[in-house]
Design a protein around this ligand. Sequence first.
Ligand SMILES: [Zn+2]
Length: 145
Amino acid sequence: MQFSDTGKKLQKVRVMQVVKTEDEWRKQLSPAAFEITRHADTEMAFSGQYWNLHDKGIFRCICCDNALFSSETKFDSGTGWPSFLAPMAQENVQESRDATLGMVRTAISCTLCNAHLGHVFDDGPAPTHLRYCMNSAALRFIKQA
Ligand SMILES: [Zn+2]
């Protein structure tokens, strides 16, 4: 699902996955963004640039610009990571089982380029009761004018 920078739903399109080599990603991304999105790393809590951001706008994938989250569903989770009730479009993210670090979690990645974005937990507030716990470094914020 494509969205404008102001968060307006544009159209549903079928697009090819964005596939690049490790080297190409490394060149395009900051070291932090590379480790997080391509190697499923997690940034330190309260270290990212978006956990405490309250501006209006949308968050795109740092790797491929896919529209992922909107400030409309962002909430203060107290975790130190930007947290959302839901993605902008269910089709734009995918879930997978992550059993690393001795726990079972549900990892969230970008449908378009497979970038690791964070995890989703079921302890969020109403109405979805979900908490999409994302890494700032995996996102690029587009402030609404
Ligand atoms: Zn992406």
